[in-house]
Ligand binder design. Structure first.
Ligand SMILES: Nc1nc2c(c(CN[C@H]3C=C[C@H](O)[C@@H]3O)cn2[C@@H]2O[C@H](COP(=O)(O)O)[C@@H](O)[C@H]2O)c(=O)[nH]1
Length: 306
């Protein structure tokens, strides 16, 4: 994850459309330093959990599909999670690798009980096939074997996932520099840590190395908190729901500056209060603020990464 941190800092230092406001960071850090808001993982009650390897398989399928819900205004992440949970409760073999490799768009919709085509449905199906095939080829069909092979290191897990699964290679080139964001790979490690409460498949000695997950909710929350400032052109294009191209300077800056800003916030909280806070914990707090605010205006990019 060092490459996520370093390349995000590089973007923040060269950005043209998004500014990280240090006084905004200071204010937020000051307001939470004495009681860092703890948000319970699965406070929504939408996730499958059985304390075993099937939960790991569920989380890996979930995070393979954990992107781009906004084009359908009725659809949200909750539908994906609770749909996969219900499907698994109904049939323990739905995420077996031979089945993952065969789903069609229509079957995925049926699995989720979603009445219309999903956004980027072809990509979602392709990514299910991709994880099915590679889990079978390299991990005896089990995401839990992949996790076990990482010896309690989230950094190793993220690197291993990026190596084996092209769909998780969330990176881009910005002003000639390669930038790594790894949203879905990192959120998978964090989901394991949250679901298993830091034990068993969720035990990582280096959970502190995980950054926030640069999606479309967290940047919008950081802007509302005064941590990020947008150029007037960017602010008005987000306000008017214009699509930002995947890999555009604006899009990369929104995501990378969010990561950088929260790393700064975390350093500041540590300095002010002496307390260690994890980016994963700050992320869940910020994200939960965002999804509870229906008027939140976020940027719109068609992407398979977030
Ligand atoms: N940064 C960050 N982004 C997150 C999550 C989560 C869910 N995390 C689970 C873990 C524990 C909790 O209890 C949650 O159940 C989803 N997302 C992103 O949000 C977007 C969905 O938005 P909407 O269209 O409104 O549903 C989409 O890009 C999705 O990928 C998170 O935690 N952090």
């Amino acid at each position: 994850m060092e490459e996520v941190r370093a390349s995000s800092a590089w973007v923040a230092g060269h950005s043209s459309h998004v500014t990280v406001d240090s006084s905004g960071i200071e204010k937020v850090a000051e307001s939470i330093k004495d009681s860092i808001p703890k948000v319970e993982w699965d406070y929504e009650g939408i996730h499958y959990f059985d304390n075993g390897p099937l939960t790991v398989q569920y989380l890996f399928v979930l995070d393979a599909l954990n992107f781009c819900f906004w084009p359908d205004k009725d659809l949200s992440y909750d539908h994906l999670a609770s749909g996969l949970k219900a499907a698994l409760q109904n049939d323990k073999s739905v995420f077996d690798v031979d089945r993952l490799q065969k789903y069609t768009g229509r079957e995925l919709r049926e699995l989720l009980k979603w009445p219309k085509p999903l956004p980027l449905e072809d990509e979602r199906v392709r990514l299910m096939h991709e994880i099915g095939l590679e889990l079978e080829r390299s991990f005896e069909g089990k995401a839990s074997n992949m996790v076990e092979s990482c010896g309690k290191s989230a950094a190793k897990l993220v690197a291993l996932i990026a190596r084996h699964f092209p769909g998780f290679r969330d990176h881009t080139v910005y002003k000639g520099h390669q930038v790594f964001l790894y949203k879905r790979a990192q959120i998978f490690a964090a989901d394991l840590w949250g679901a298993f409460k830091g034990q068993n498949y969720g035990e990582f000695d280096d959970i502190g190395s995980v950054t926030i997950f640069a999606d479309y909710i967290v940047p919008a929350v950081l802007q509302q908190l005064g941590v990020l400032r947008y150029s007037s052109a960017l602010a008005s294009s987000i306000e008017s729901n214009c699509e930002l191209g995947s890999g555009s300077e604006e899009e990369v800056e929104l995501r990378a500056c969010s990561i950088y800003a929260v790393e700064k916030m975390r350093d500041l909280i540590r300095k002010k209060s002496g307390k260690q806070v994890l980016s994963v914990e700050l992320d869940l707090w910020l994200w939960s603020l965002g999804v509870q605010c229906p008027s939140l205006h976020h940027h719109r990019t068609l992407s398979i990464y977030y």
